[in-house]
Ligand binder design. Structure first.
Ligand code: ZN
Length: 243
């Protein structure tokens, strides 16, 4: 079985289109899992939700999705994110809002757990930054691999049977039967690891490999649309630097 795991599209239709095109060329039968944050930051939230809804077999809720369709407190969002959420709230159709509102925080499926933020308290939207966070989070799921999004930075943490977890680098990760994994698939629509190309993950359960793929897309078109929509300059510029 093959899975395509993608997340953090953030209303960027050009990046989403490029990722789905890359996937169709490589593996059109993969089960598509979307880890949340369809909207927020980008200029095409309704179009992105419609496309994700049509393509993905499993869809999860992200913190930006939740903030865009509810009146939860967004005081902990940075000023740019806050402004974008207000813009997004005013742009979403009723249909988009209804779809986002019903999405789950976490889904366990065969060997995998899928969640936007962290397997521990997914509704609190914690970030997984330190090894201490990783140790705690390995206790909050029972499957072999937990795929997460949220930080917009691809990352793989391996927990061997004995010993401390460690970070594994490289675009291809070999899944060993006696290890457990937390894998961040990066971001489709707003990468923050210094690479402007859209990121997503492919997991082939037979070969036991997870590949983090990077896909070029025309961010200048997204930037132009953001400018026309009156979105903040900082959000527009960061797309070309991937930070
Ligand atoms: Zn996000």
């Amino acid at each position: 079985m093959r899975f395509c795991i993608f997340s953090d599209v953030h209303g960027n239709l050009e990046a989403l289109g490029a990722v789905l095109e890359d996937l169709a060329k490589r593996d059109s039968d993969a089960t598509k899992v979307f880890l949340g944050d369809a909207v927020g930051y980008g200029p095409n939230p309704n179009e992105c939700v419609a496309r994700i809804r049509q393509e993905a077999h499993i869809c999860l809720l992200g913190n930006h999705d939740q903030a865009a369709v509810s009146d939860i407190d967004i005081s902990n969002f940075n000023p740019y994110a806050k402004h974008a959420i207000v813009w997004t709230r005013n742009s979403l159709t009723t249909e988009t809002k209804e779809f986002l509102r019903d999405l789950p925080y976490r889904v366990d499926h065969e060997r995998c757990t899928f969640v936007h933020s962290t397997p521990c308290q997914p509704e609190r939207w914690h970030y997984l930054f330190t090894m201490h966070d990783a140790v705690t989070n390995f206790t909050c799921f029972r499957t072999q691999i937990c795929f997460v999004g949220h930080s917009h930075q691809p990352l793989c943490i391996v927990q061997p049977v004995e010993g401390r977890p460690r970070v594994e680098s490289g675009p291809v990760i070999k899944i060993e039967p006696d290890c457990r994994y937390i894998i961040n698939d990066g971001s489709v629509g707003q990468p923050r690891d210094g690479d402007a190309n859209a990121a997503y993950a492919l997991f082939d359960t037979e070969s036991g490999q997870v590949e983090i793929r990077r896909v070029r897309y025309d961010y200048s078109l997204t930037q132009q649309k953001m400018e026309e929509a009156g979105l903040h300059r900082y959000l527009i510029q960061r797309l070309q630097f991937g930070h």
